[in-house]
Write a protein that binds this ligand. Sequence first.
Ligand code: SF4
Length: 469
Amino acid sequence: MSEPRGVALPTVAPDLRNTESIATARSGRARYFPDVPDADWNDWRWQFRNRVTTLEQLHRHLPVAAAEWQMRREVLRDFRMGITPYYLALVDADDKDDPILRQAVPLDEEYQYRDVGDEDPLGEEKFSPVPGITHRYPDRVLMVISNSCAIYCRYCTRKRIMYEDAVPDVEIDRMVEYIARTPAIRDVIVSGGDPLTYGTRKLEGILAKLRAVPHLEIIRIGSRVPVSLPQRIDDELCEMLQRFHPLWINVHFNHPRELTPEAAAACDRLSRAGIPLNNQAVLLKGVNDEVETIRQLCTGLMKMRVRPYYLYQCDPIRGGEHFRTPISKGIEIMEGLRGHTSGLAIPTYVVDAPGGGGKIPVGPNYLLHHDPKKKRAVLRNYQGRLFEYREPTGRAGPMTSKARRGGGELGPVASRPVVRERAADGNGGAEAGAESGANGNGKPRRAAGKSGWVHRGRSLEERLGPPKG
Ligand code: SF4
């Protein structure tokens, strides 16, 4: 096949040095699909047609105790299963808690929690002016154009709409008409299901209709195909997509083991077609609820030129309760990232408010105290060190040296003896936080001022005084 205009395809997949994912994928293919020739394995249509969709097919690869059959059958009455051979090959069959397996294969926990949770936890139907559109925010809409995916993630928020049928053209036309008659919409997220499970020509027709809407600035596609069916990201698709810029793609990697050379090559092709890639991970108990796992995921994504965008709190979807973590777990993970790795590799942790309140960012608190009247704030850095920060006062009068600098360090959060001494220069709070004795550099510490801004060894309230207002 000749190389399409504007898409320079790599001959070698980027070297991720993710040896674990490479080894697992290779041994998985050899173990589960030993007789499949490369021509089939690398053909996305073959992968899609040969998805594992029944328990009988699954058990050929992953034997399971008879007692679990019935539970799994019950689970599959509610929510279908679909796993591409490629994604199944990432499963370590010897690990019953394998993070890839947990995402794609129905487990008995899904049966046990079948009555907990909501069918539509984000209230998408409530904000739907026409079927398939969710219009929750002023300037953007979600457009669900597909009811099928390459894999069916057990924690999916849209379990309720997965039917495997194509959304009828007439419904898609109604969605486009809604966007066309609503000038406030400047951004559409084309999602599903997975839009990239459509053939290239069908998807092109939909994108062309959207691009014909004059006020629509941005088209975003949400897809897990680069994770679950990277073979789909072929020359023909990239050549087509790049004709609809500005077009962005949100991908959905959850675990560093998903960062395979095939996935990296798929992302590389999309990037070379000029498509910015952002990752939306979901925080999943037993899959990625460790700081180190998320750190490896995010830094690995950066190597693939994929920006970690969101880390979602898992929605309270029916049958997905066993994946949910307390919010404190997400905060702990964010605390473990900030300052410990590049800011570019840090996603925003968000809770999607139940019932349709939208995404709410949540994170560790770094602003410990703020007094707008005194124009003073106390901030905590990633090491737990406290800093006083002076806001602009608009006054040009004389200042202490620390105030001139804009503030200074107060001291670590860790417990230390409180020292209450008058500052040698009598300047008061500007020298706050200083301690008597030698500091770590062997230099004498400066003494505290009369304001009492010496706070070590006390609770935060005691350090900062009662909250204002
Ligand atoms: S790929 Fe996305 S839409 Fe499809 S099942 Fe997984 S989470 Fe849901």
